[in-house]
Design a protein around this ligand. Sequence first.
Ligand code: 59J
Length: 596
Amino acid sequence: MKARARPYDVKLRLAGLGIALGLCAVALVGRAAQMQLFDQDFYQHQGDARFLREVPIPTTRGMITDRNGEPLAVSTPVESVWANPKELLQHPDRLPDLAGALGLDADDLTQRVSQRSEKEFLYLRRHMNPDDAQAVIKLGIPGVYSQREFRRYYPHGEVMAHVLGFTNIDDRGQEGLELAFDSWLTGKPGAQKVIRDRRGRIVENVDLVRAAEPGKDLALSIDRRIQYLAYRELKSALVANNADSGSAVVVDVATGEILAMVNQPAYNPNSHESALPDAHRNRAVTDVIEPGSVIKPYTVAAALEAGVNPNIIIQTSPGTMMLGKYEIHDVHDHGAVNLTTLLATSSNIGAAKLGLGMSNEHLYDVLHRFGFGDSTHSGFPGESSGVLAPPNTWSMVQRGTISYGMGLSVTPLQLAQAYATLANGGRQMPLTFIKDGAGAGRQVIDPAIAHSLLGMLESVVAPGGTAPNAAITGYHVAGKTGTARQASGGGYAKRYVSVFAGVVPLDHPKFAMVVVISNPRGKSYFGSLVSGPVFHNVMDGALRLMDVPPDRIEQWYAQQPAVATDAVADDSDDAPPEVVVPATTAIDHSAVGAHR
Ligand code: 59J
């Protein structure tokens, strides 16, 4: 019997197949619907993730200006060209072109790219001029891209170098105020979602994740014009006196704001890599000197505070004195001196005798109150505190030498603060590099003592004082010279620092300025002749720039040339009044070397 498939079997099979196919279709449609309707986000994300990227939005570093809003440090846009090595290496024939447009050596470039062949990111050249970078991108080489960055530019170059410092290639502060205020100045880069095509080009901005926050601006206390004057005068004094290094600081007496701070040697912060590291130091803040005689006013202040009669007469003859087993000297025999002539002639013996008459603790206390031995807390990176040993360690000899400024060390900035404090009626203002940033002051000595010291120090710049060349026509000036041999290897070398510290005008003191010049090897090495003229030239200019009214009116008018002003003075054919310039000094500097 022949077995035949029965028709219902075929139908059954067909129906079975139909059902199976139908189920498949339903499953497929269902799955599609599931993917489309329910899992869409997941798949969208998976797809986009291959092309959707979060990219940073670059932002600027805050601008640094001087007290009048003049830009001192600005961020300029630059382009950094980078490559995706994997992609770029698929077109090795383009490498020579690329190297040419980047201004790089073709072999070096090939090597660098090959070394990172597995990576997706390599800077080819950073901080290019945007036009040059554009020319590179225009070559259309696959795997080559550019990115906006910002580069710091310092329009005043050397003049502001030490105060500002500089940033590194990633725009972070490395030295100076760029370092001290880095977090204030640094912006927060934003973030943006973008879709890139297969070649990495951005084809669509999707959404902003975070807006970029630019860094904050910083207005300094510095006055660019006074800074420039100080820079010019210090530099020319260094050249004229064949000196190694120097610093100058100008402080606003009433506020403690630092108006100018310059050093030599200097460097150009726009190309600081090429500078000697030695030129980087802001010596006014980081370096110490043995100050010598500019300390004497504080010894006198201590004596007055201890109740010494302001009219005391001190015998300094014969110009030498034994201090323990050491002999100390004055340049001349100044005979019997009062406190004013002690300062005007800068008698070491007079100062030592005053110091020996008080306790270690008292002299220390007064010096310390004026800020010696302590950081000024100016906030400048690397600030030195100087050295003032605790009084219980002082020998009698030390008390004597500290009284005339030997055996302690100070920074030029500390000296400037100490002179500003005298000029401010004994009220010490915190020093600051920030405009209007100073806090409240602190009275460190009786105003009457501060006042009488300023009077005595006026005699230093008067004819007969050590520094008549620091005098400024039309203004009352108080100041002090110092010439100190520098300690070296346990003795004192024939290396000097020449210092001048002064304040002007005495009626309403505005400026305190300190000038320190190290190792002058010219005709003279005296503070009066080396540093005094820098003080004179800078202050003379600054008084005019800041419109400080003269406080010595007769002298002021005497020096004004009798120019005919429009309407009035036609009938005056008188010669201008004779100008009397004090030109003589009682000290014969040429004799000093021989005396030693
Ligand atoms: C001086 C010192 C060195 C250290 C000496 C200056 C001492 C001393 C041991 C010799 C030149 C020189 C602790 S002088 O600053 O007296 O500024 O215009 O370096 O005395 O004992 O060939 N300054 N300077 N002394 N040491 N030790 C005078 C004086 C001062 C002047 C001039 C002439 C010194 C008026 C210094 C100035 O007031």
